[in-house]
Design a protein around this ligand. Sequence first.
Ligand code: FES
Ligand code: FES
Length: 155
Amino acid sequence: MKVTIEVNGSEVSDEVEDRTLLVHFIRDNAGLTATNVGCDTTSCGACTVLLDGESVKSCTILAAQADGHAVTTLEGLSGEGELHPVQRAFRDQHGLQCGFCTPGMIMASVSLLAHNPKPTREEVRHGLEGNLCRCTGYHNIVNAVVDASGQEVGR
Ligand code: FES
Ligand code: FES
């Protein structure tokens, strides 16, 4: 079937199998590989993107379900040579180690902050509970989101 999705502001149109997952459309058809696949069973959140502005795990929906909709991936967050404030905060607060979870973690954080611009540390932890990180112990990730929100980072 033919699927057309606006990815980071550009229309991507391709023939795909009906069972193609959105994450595979993003990686294979749109050629954007920042979005990782950690499990493809809705467990890890590595594949998180924005669909019409809301965070979704892109391994949980079919490309066909996103037909006619707009997707934002990590590549679409920042301007030319500039980091998005959430990316900057993850860098400044050392919110990553291996980096595998980071694209999904950042997209989930962007969505969290859109809904709750000044979250408490507890709200950040709760908001990111669908995103797993095997490296950091989450502490610096929480710091990064608090920093990105413009609040003082408590330790
Ligand atoms: S790859 Fe989608 S939740 Fe793990
Ligand atoms: S930084 Fe390695 S999984 Fe999160």
